[in-house]
Design a protein around this ligand. Structure first.
Ligand code: G6P
Length: 610
């Protein structure tokens, strides 16, 4: 959840660390801190609150080390106060450690270290690492970190510097991400690719159970036993500009507006069409593996889960298989039937969500085949999966997922069509037709974005509400969930998504003249039944807001307080087209309420704890 960054080279480290932390703040923003080495002393600054608090604290200070580490925190152990902020130090204040993840067995280490006389100054799990390195440090920092990590359980990506080894940073990881960026006479590392993009595109992803020694002109990768590992860098072709706001006030709005391009890049980036066949790149399953599939589980968390729910509904149109959708954290401990003929599709924009990874691990133990749908090259999920379908969203910085969701929906539509075609349950003509519909989505999204003012007007009417209901059926029910999730994430308004037919079994009790109820309506999803549900809300004086495809139905104007008409399309396009105005609605309501849209309270972009 936390962001980490580090630099060793010939330039002053502090501005580079601060700039890196700015790009990482979406991972966690409870506190921030840096450590550098100047001469032979360690300089540390850390502050609770957003990065700006750290910048203010640094003020005019002229720390000029050319090596350093930085951390942006999402608190797990210990409240977000200065002394719990990273970096954490050993007793002599000669060693500094930053950490992303959780050390599960830290208490037993803490007790034994305290018994040896080590003094702790924070409530964090991380601090034990500084004292463990201190325990083993005899002038060889790499060896001390290796010995210090023995017996450590949990997830970690750590970086260590020591005043007595002033030319190197030691990093190590298990479960949490760590990427090394190679520059000219300088080396960086980070939890996230976007933080390194301004400096280099040549990157090396560290694998679980590996560590590395970074010096300005050399990199040594080893495993935790000390065995050296050779690894070639990967060229990352993300455009550094896409990780900047480019004139937009917030990343979230910029990313909403990038969706036409992101959807189109995903279609062309992960698929091709020739000889009446749809092909998926990097989808490694053989004909036999595909034909032997008996059941499918789509597993994911948060917004990605909603993408999985859409896929189930859509795929059932043309893929006669048992398809289940499972929440990562539940699937892991559940008893769902999995064997070697099960296909598990793990959806995660970050490719690092701990609960989704744990679910995949369980599926692999039962010999299932695993396909990853992710936006991050080289992520943990990619590495443990048998095949990959990548979304081509570019970096998403806003904490609330937007373009990564619509590109997941795109990739899932392509995957469903591909599986159906390979299993012979859909004709090539139909696949071709569906692809044509998919290819029209980017321009339809552009048309929706051009009507943003209509959404602003709706937001202005309802932003004072304390509760919202989002109701829909079938393929649009997961979009109702997603609309409600977006609203609560960034505006802190209580919002519930519900299947419209279930309203009468509970939520109807909530409806009064103050309650805005958003309906998603389509001829493809039980139109008349939803219309009846709208009448029921209207009869109880609820404020009805309708998102519906453009058509001749005069009742709608009578029933709705507000109505937003969408272009008509087909089932495969429906979820994406309904998503875009709901993203804008959540965004503009949040803006009117004055919340921090890009960094909403308590959330993190990448959730690497279970
Ligand atoms: C966090 C983010 C959500 C995201 C979820 C799953 O909660 O704030 O936006 O949907 O994690 O993330 P993933 O990377 O697995 O898609």
């Amino acid at each position: 959840m936390c962001g980490i960054i580090g630099y060793v080279g010939a330039r002053p480290a502090v501005p580079l660390l601060i700039e890196g932390l700015r790009r990482l703040e979406y991972r966690g923003y409870d506190s921030a801190g840096i450590a550098t080495i100047e001469g032979n002393s360690l300089k540390v600054a850390r502050r609770a609150g957003k990065l700006q608090a750290l910048i203010t604290a640094l003020g005019e200070s002229d720390i000029c080390g050319q090596i350093g580490i930085g951390h942006s925190r999402w608190a797990t152990h210990g409240e977000p106060i200065d002394r719990n902020a990273h970096p954490h130090l050993d007793c002599r204040k000669r060693i500094a450690v930053i950490h992303n993840g959780i050390i599960e067995n830290y208490l037993s280490f803490k007790e034994s270290l305290q018994a040896e006389g080590h003094r702790f100054s924070s409530q964090t799990d991380t601090e034990i690492l500084a004292h463990l390195v201190e325990r083993f440090y005899r002038g060889d920092l790499e060896e001390a970190v290796r010995l210090g990590l023995q017996g450590i359980k949990g997830a970690f990506a750590i970086a260590v510097i020591a005043a007595d080894s002033p030319e190197e940073i030691i990093v190590a990881k298990t479960a949490s991400p760590l990427v090394i960026g190679l520059g000219n006479g300088e080396i960086f590392f980070s939890s996230d690719v976007p933080a390194l993009l301004p400096h280099t595109r040549q990157m090396i992803f560290l694998h679980d159970g590996e560590m590395a020694r970074l010096r300005k002109d050399s990199l040594k990768i080893t495993d935790l036993t000390g065995k050296e590992i050779e690894r070639q860098p990967i060229h990352i072709d993300w455009d550094p500009l896409t990780a900047q706001k480019e004139g937009f006030k917030h990343f979230m709005r910029k990313e909403i507006h990038e969706q036409p391009q992101a959807v189109s890049a995903t279609i062309s980036g992960c698929s091709s069409w020739d000889n009446y066949h749809l092909h998926l790149k990097e989808f490694n399953l053989t004909e036999q593996q595909i034909n032997e599939i008996t059941n499918i589980y789509l597993i994911a968390c948060g917004t990605s889960l909603h993408a999985g729910m859409v896929a189930k509904q859509l795929w059932e149109d043309f893929l006669p298989l048992r398809i289940g959708v499972e929440i990562g954290s539940e699937f892991r401990y559940g008893n769902s039937y999995i064997d070697e003929d099960t296909l598990v599709i793990a959806i995660s924009q970050s490719g690092e969500t701990a609960d989704t990874l744990a679910g995949v691990q369980r599926a692999k133990e039962k010999k299932a085949t695993v396909i990853a749908i992710t936006n991050i090259v080289g992520s943990a999920l990619e590495r443990i999966s048998d095949g990959i379908i990548r979304t081509f969203s570019g970096p998403e910085i806003g904490v609330a997922a937007t373009k990564t969701f619509t590109t997941q929906l795109t990739a899932l539509a392509l995957l469903g069509l591909y599986l159906a075609q390979r299993r012979g349950s859909i004709s090539p003509q139909e696949v071709r037709h569906q692809l044509t519909v998919l290819s029209q989505i980017p321009s339809l999204i552009t048309q929706l974005l051009d009507r943003e003012k209509e959404i602003v007007a709706i937001a202005e009417k309802f932003y004072h509400a304390s509760d919202f209901l989002y109701l829909a059926r079938g393929l649009l029910y997961p979009i109702a969930l997603e609309g409600a999730l977006k609203l609560k994430e960034i505006s802190y308004i209580h919002a519930e998504g519900y299947p419209a037919g279930e309203m009468k079994h509970g939520p109807i009790a909530l409806i009064d003249e103050k309650m805005p109820v958003v309906f998603l309506l389509s001829r493809h999803t039980a139109y008349d039944k939803v219309l009846a549900n709208i009448q029921e809300v209207k009869a109880r004086k609820g404020k009805v807001i309708i998102f519906a495809e453009r058509e001749e139905d005069h009742q709608l104007n009578r029933l709705a307080e507000d109505i937003f008409l969408l272009p008509t399309s087909e089932r495969v396009a429906l979820p994406i087209l309904h998503t875009v105005p709901l993203q804008l609605l959540a965004y503009h309501i949040a803006i009117l309420r004055g919340t921090d849209v890009d960094q909403p309270r308590n959330l993190a972009k990448t959730v690497t704890v279970e």
